[in-house]
Design a protein around this ligand. Sequence first.
Ligand SMILES: [Zn+2]
Ligand SMILES: [Zn+2]
Length: 372
Amino acid sequence: MPTVMKEDYYEILGVSRTSSQTEIKSAFRRAAMKCHPDLHPGDKQAEEQFKKVNEAFSILSDPQKKQMYDQYGHDGVNMGAGGFGGFNASGFGDVGDIFSSVFGDIFGGGFGSARGGKPRARRGEDLKSDVDITLEEAFDGLEKEISYTRVDRCSVCGGSGAEEGSSTKTCRSCNGSGTVVYQQGFFSMRQTCPDCGGKGTVVEKPCKKCRGSGVERVKEKITVKIPSGVRSGITLRISNGGDIGQNGGGYGDLYVEVHVKNHKIFERDGDDLILDGYITYPQAVLGGSIKVPTIEGKEIEVTIPKGTQFGEVLKMQGCGMPKLGKKGFGDLLIRVQIEVPKKPTARQKELLEELAKETGGKKSFFEKLFEK
Ligand SMILES: [Zn+2]
Ligand SMILES: [Zn+2]
């Protein structure tokens, strides 16, 4: 027999030689989870690794075999199939049994377990919905009603899938276990029964409304509480607002994404609001004050300092959006724009021409603007 270099069983499971059975068991779970063929369908390497992991565990979990392995290495456990409780290189005993004894309920009935039993509960799908609100609504926060559709228990049969008066019977394909066995390479795997979908039962006369599925699409209306200061892109999770699960697996969640519509006059930058504030040229030069609106619908007076430049930003602290989930507000930023009259009066023109002369003969912005 050719000698093949075999990997150390302790290394395969990632445990030390002094590990306890509990440590070996949990190391096996971790290692097997990483390469379980159900999680890596078609992956030859994972399958190979899974084989090694099982082999290592079948030795190290058995005190007698472990002792032989510790003393004599791989030769110790390969000395003869008969000597070690039937372990041999061509088949790994009943891997399903190792699995069910170690994993127990971790995988539930449908996955890797040889016990069958209850069909696997599956949580319902999560759903997504969108809601559009105005900037004013985002400022105040609000309760908004949203309509959407989801899969829920059938309103006629109440989820049984059976027509009124008819009963359910045990599924013949799986004898009520909800799972069927199939062979994959070395392992016998269990799969959800395709005939009953894992329920273990089938209905005699299916409900007409849901055709036996026990579920239907229903229209829902819920009221969502949108917090003040909310921004576009923020998603609110409505627990159990999604589709109903299978086999008692509970509802998924509903995710509501908030979109804040653009505002006619306010731009938003985080918690700050930006507004164009129009002042006249004399106000820019001499200073003064203007009134600007706030998002709350109020009006505030803003002082224009002397010599204010076009594009300068005046900050009104605390007049912006409320901070989401925090105290306080952002700022209102007033971007100064200089109003240029398109049709100046004769008097204005006269004065501006005077002003133009004062600017030292250079053609000013205003001169260029008004000459024809
Ligand atoms: Zn129904
Ligand atoms: Zn079945």
